[in-house]
Design a protein around this ligand. Structure first.
Ligand SMILES: N[C@@H](CCC(=O)N[C@@H](CS)C(=O)NCC(=O)O)C(=O)O
Length: 211
């Protein structure tokens, strides 16, 4: 008798990044939310590994051994794969367009990580702070239009995790302080994300790192 196996096997996931939050943490939030097992590989041998990475940068996600580079592509892939973002192609593109809108500002901070010129660093941080305040205002309007508690209404999407992580990075790593009383609807998004059971568990148990 032929035995048919209809079970679908979950791929193995390995996320490579430094021992920091940086560009990997929003991806780790997606894994936490979906409660999917993965190897959270924190590199110690970067010089040797750099040439082996698809774009010589991290994060890189290995899916059954196949490498996927670029944090935003990884976010899109996992959100689709884990069913976190649901909707028509247009609705998914809308989530994506807001994701890009946030990330294009936040990523201006990443090169500052190894920037020795303090004055230049402070000028970029100030520029990002001003730019993101404008974006928070637009996000505030969007959350209010959609009725909350998440950016796109009652269902959480990858944008909520990216937003949570971006504000945390700007505040905790770069010392930017946003007056969240002014953006109370966005603040509701942040508290709603942090209190999701799987996220709360990750936030409590994740490795404590300097950045
Ligand atoms: N667009 C890429 C940027 C990746 C990137 O710049 N990663 C930095 C860490 S945040 C890196 O790999 N730096 C080490 C290096 O370039 O040698 C992404 O979003 O993944």
């Amino acid at each position: 008798m032929i035995m048919l196996d209809f079970t679908t096997k979950m791929p193995t996931y390995k996320l490579c990044y430094f021992n920091s939050r940086g560009l990997a943490e929003m991806i780790r939030l997606i894994f936490a939310e979906a409660n999917v097992e993965y190897e959270d590989h924190r590199l110690s041998d970067w010089v040797e590994l750099k040439p082996k990475m698809p774009f010589n940068t991290v994060p890189v996600l290995y899916v059954d051994g196949l490498a996927l580079g670029n944090s935003r592509a990884i976010m899109r892939y996992l959100s689709k794969e884990f069913g976190i973002n649901k909707g028509t192609p247009f609705e998914l593109a809308k989530i994506d367009s807001w994701f890009e809108y946030i990330m294009e500002t936040v990523t201006k901070l990443h090169p500052l990580y190894s920037e020795p010129d303090k004055e230049y660093k402070a000028s970029v941080v100030a520029k990002v702070e001003k730019e993101f305040q404008g974006k928070l205002q637009k996000l505030e309007e969007l959350v209010n239009t959609n009725g909350g508690p998440y950016v796109f209404g009652k269902n959480v999407t990858s944008l909520d995790f990216a937003l949570y992580n971006s504000i945390e990075v700007m505040e905790k790593i770069y010392g930017i302080k946003f007056d969240m009383k002014t953006y109370s609807a966005v603040n509701t998004v942040l508290t709603s994300v942090a209190s999701r059971p799987n996220i709360a568990k990750w936030l409590q148990n994740r490795p404590q790192t300097l950045h």
